[in-house]
Design a protein around this ligand. Sequence first.
Ligand SMILES: NC(=O)c1ccc[n+]([C@@H]2O[C@H](COP(=O)([O-])OP(=O)(O)OC[C@H]3O[C@@H](n4cnc5c(N)ncnc54)[C@H](OP(=O)(O)O)[C@@H]3O)[C@@H](O)[C@H]2O)c1
Length: 249
Amino acid sequence: MMQSPFSLTDKTILVTGASSGIGRATAIECSRLGAHLVLTGRNVGRLEETLSMLAGDGHVVIAADLTVEEDIDALVEALQPVDGLVLCSGMGMMTPVQFSTRKKLMEVFDTNFLYPVELMRRMLKKKKVASPASIVAVASMGGTHFFTVGNGAYGASKAALDSFMKFAARELASKSIRVNTVLPAMIDTPLIHRGAVSDEDHAADALTYPLRRYGRPEEVAYAIIYLLSDASAWTTGSSLIIDGGKSLV
Ligand SMILES: NC(=O)c1ccc[n+]([C@@H]2O[C@H](COP(=O)([O-])OP(=O)(O)OC[C@H]3O[C@@H](n4cnc5c(N)ncnc54)[C@H](OP(=O)(O)O)[C@@H]3O)[C@@H](O)[C@H]2O)c1
């Protein structure tokens, strides 16, 4: 039988932010399609938990704080060349413009933009990205389409990530390395429950989406899988919206 173009059989895929939410769901779903996973994040206990949820074998955990240069170096050093890289680690931050100090902006830009890009750069430099390969970064509708009050620091960091990946797509195409982003709207993960918004307010907001609910982490994972797989072999530099129809409203 012919192999599905969506299969990830025997592809090695590094997922950052694999200890929680979208990254964890991505790792699980990739493993079900035959991939070997390298899981990274800071929390070793939750990374091991993700590991225990994976199908198949040949998976590894390499804990790293991706805002610490030495951790990035150690991670890159430990890697074999990967066929897929999912840049999913990130943090939320709600802060009005007049409180968006340089310190706060640097924190969110470090985590969501500068260090994910630095990890990619070092992997490319050290030839830890195979050819062909696919890189997928998790940006956000909150950076490119929705301009929610108080979300400027976060949104700008994600817009920068989305933009940079398009330049990377152009430059890396000659090496058969594709680069795309996904743009989720609100997805029900621990991230959205850490801020000041109550569960009641989230529930009311979810009803403003045409599909009448927030997304589930695996629904972002499926889009990432499309971009990682050979099914998207002619897609690079794209930003895939996953928003339950919210941008139509
Ligand atoms: N949930 C949403 O509504 C939504 C919407 C659009 C985009 N996104 C984006 O989707 C991505 C995943 O978010 P999520 O919703 O799944 O959130 P989450 O459950 O809070 O997961 C965030 C992940 O990022 C990792 N991380 C954060 N800072 C890190 C650092 N310095 N070094 C290494 N890893 C770090 C965390 O690792 P540890 O826990 O191990 O520290 C965790 O695995 C983020 O980039 C987020 O901005 C989320």
